[in-house]
Ligand binder design. Sequence first.
Ligand code: BT5
Length: 300
Amino acid sequence: MSGEALAARLGVSRAAVSKHVQALREMGYSIEASPRRGYSLRSVPDLPLPFEVEEAVTDPIWVRFEGGGVTGSTNDDARALATGGAPEGTVVLASKQTGGRGRLGREWSSPEGGVYVSMVLRPDVPVAEMAALSPCAALGVAEGLRSLGADVGVKWPNDVCAEGRKLAGVLLELSAEQDRTEWVVVGVGVNHRRPPQPYPGAAYLETLLPSPAPAWSVAAAVLDGVGGAYSRFLEGGFAALADDYARVDILLGSEVVARDPTGREIAAGVAAGLDVSGRLVVETASGTVTLSAGDITLRQ
Ligand code: BT5
């Protein structure tokens, strides 16, 4: 398209078009310019850029898209936006994090080639029911990645796994008072491209897909997956997700050991699925134990 046609269509000057084309090139867009034929878009960068993700997302809950480049932690950025009054459905994206966080102050390795996304939610749900939101989000991430063709499962409470390795993690943070939740930030990190030095125990989405997916489509799939699971959760609580969860629950029927943050064993037995509050049920030798938090390992 000629610079003149673009300027007319967008209602800006020719100089503005050329300035924006330059800015897009700096972001990684390949745009050719020829004197007679005008501009042509050759390729879009393999990054979760907000405008590409916005175009690809279908769930109407996602209303505002930020970030896309390098940041400390998208959860920190989303928390700041949430505290400042950003609406439910605000999304922060990144292609690399320098301070990616897991639960309990752990690290989330976030090199280039991953997809990092945090979502602001404002559920009108009592704080006591919030525990189910972690497995709800993990289910949503799994459903989103499955829609791309990857055979993935969920590992309570917040992991998405493939081939026995961790493909994605969910970090939920919230601010609440008494019986009212002010905001929830759901952060998701997906290992997408396999880096030269893979993280120990990590799976990479690109090795699981039938055909390559650009980073923005992975982000959109995650958002649509989480958006879908979240609306079902709001309508019917975790009970509305129980059957879908059971279908992708990789712990179900397996021998597991649950540990608290200090590494102390809190239960060992057979995982028997989740209860209506999203807590893990373990059948142990001395009876049924229900867990609302913990780290689970599968017994060999
Ligand atoms: C999680 O914690 O799995 C939550 C990860 C959430 C990351 C997202 S990225 C976007 C948003 N912004 C953030 O800063 N965070 C969120 P947890 O269950 O505690 O698991 C952390 C553990 O996973 C670490 O202690 C490592 O053992 C392992 N790990 C770290 N990086 C990994 C990676 N890239 N792939 C697989 N495992 C990893």
